[in-house]
Design a protein around this ligand. Structure first.
Ligand SMILES: [Zn+2]
Ligand SMILES: [Zn+2]
Ligand SMILES: [Zn+2]
Length: 147
C-alpha cells in the first residue's frame, strides 16, 4: 500500500509540475488506477471512484479520464475484442494477449524498436504498438492447434 501511495504521489507531483490541476476526481482516478494494478475499463474505474467519492458524478469521471489521457498521465489500450482498458502511463509497456486464455503479458517498449524502424524505412509507416495488444498464444497454450 505504501508503494501504491508513493506511486500516486509521484504521478500527482509530476502532473502539478507540468501545470496540471489536482482535483478530487483526478486524484481519485489516479489512486484507483494504482490500486487496480491491472487494466480496467472506464466503467470499472467509475465504480471504484464512486465507492469512495459518491458525490463525484459519473460524467465528471469520464471527462476527467479523457483529460488525464490528454495530459499523458493515463493511456488506453485495446486488448482484444472487448472495450478499451486504461492504465497509468508512468511505466511504459506493450501488451501481449493470449487468444486462448486472455492472459495479458506486459513487455518492454524497446522490443518493438527494430520492427518500428524497419516499417519506417520500408513503408514510411510509424507504428504505435502500445495502442493495441499483439495477440497470440501464451506458453501454456502455444501447442493448442485448435481454434
Ligand atoms: Zn483506442
Ligand atoms: Zn498496460
Ligand atoms: Zn493462454
Amino acid at each position: 500500500m505504501v508503494d501504491g501511495d508513493d506511486r500516486a504521489a509521484r504521478i500527482l507531483a509530476r502532473l502539478q509540475a507540468g501545470g496540471g490541476r489536482v482535483t478530487t476526481a483526478r486524484r481519485a482516478l489516479i489512486v484507483a488506477l494504482v490500486a487496480a494494478d491491472q487494466h480496467v475499463t472506464a466503467d470499472d474505474l467509475a465504480a471504484c471512484v464512486q465507492a469512495i467519492h459518491p458525490d463525484v458524478h459519473r460524467s465528471t469521471i469520464y471527462r476527467t479520464l479523457d483529460a488525464l489521457e490528454r495530459l499523458g498521465v493515463v493511456d488506453h489500450v485495446h486488448l482484444g475484442h472487448g472495450r478499451a482498458v486504461y492504465h497509468l502511463a508512468d511505466e511504459p509497456h506493450q501488451h501481449l494477449v493470449c487468444e486462448a486464455c486472455g492472459e495479458v503479458i506486459e513487455v518492454p517498449d524497446d522490443l518493438f524498436d527494430d520492427l518500428a524502424s524497419q516499417l519506417q524505412d520500408r513503408y514510411r509507416f510509424t507504428i504505435r504498438p502500445h495502442h493495441f495488444a499483439v495477440l497470440g498464444r501464451c506458453r501454456r497454450h502455444a501447442s493448442d492447434s485448435q481454434n
